[in-house]
Design a binder for this molecule. Structure first.
Ligand code: AMP
Length: 120
């Protein structure tokens, strides 16, 4: 899938629409999810134009990949989430119900998060 420059996270990265920023560095921007599913629900977005985890792991530089995962750990610690535990999640593609086609990693914390997936 080609990258769409008008996706909502591209517009947030360009400053065209606001976000509740929690962290930013050379590689990533992180902000609160607009519809939180847990007391802490942060989205960590690489600044590069990557549609999904598949696209990112195929094309991103080692520095971008390290930067994303370093940032995830740092943000989780900033929220104290490592003390009681947290979950990271990156939906990629249709079966995962990815809604925004710019890679983003969710960080959920602040309550027991239940089973990993709904059982069918
Ligand atoms: P996903 O289903 O993994 O693609 O998740 C997309 C997430 O983006 C959802 O949790 C939405 O609530 C969140 N979201 C959509 N628009 C915004 C926005 N403008 N600011 C913050 N989060 C957003």
């Amino acid at each position: 899938m080609a990258y769409d420059d008008d996706n909502v996270f591209a517009r947030i990265l360009r400053g065209e629409i606001p976000c509740k920023k929690v962290y930013e560095d050379e590689q990533v921007l992180a902000f609160h999810d607009i519809n939180p599913q847990a007391p802490t629900h942060v989205l960590v977005v690489p600044k590069g134009k990557y549609v999904s985890m598949d696209d990112f792991t195929a094309k991103a530089s080692d520095a971008e990949i390290a930067g994303l995962f370093r940032a995830i750990g740092r943000i989780a610690r900033d929220f104290g989430a490592e003390k009681t535990g947290y979950r990271i999640l990156a939906n990629s593609g249709a079966h995962a119900h990815q809604e925004v086609a710019h890679l983003h990693v969710h960080i959920f914390a602040g309550r027991p998060l239940g089973p990993m997936l709904v059982r069918r």
